[in-house]
Write a protein that binds this ligand. Sequence first.
Ligand SMILES: [Zn+2]
Length: 64
Amino acid sequence: MILAFKCECGNHVDFHAFGDRDEHGRQWLELEDDERIAIIPGKDGFVLKCNFCKETYRISVSTV
Ligand SMILES: [Zn+2]
């Protein structure tokens, strides 16, 4: 497990690296269970949405 998400409601999901890499050698992180959260892209970042309580968490991505 590389990254763990835990919602305020107690829902949690882990991201795993299974060794798959992109053309730059960076590992892909894959959701343990994509029924628990949704990852929604936005124009300057993305939003994690808990599928249990519907709470949303926004993460901004610097484009610089
Ligand atoms: Zn939740």
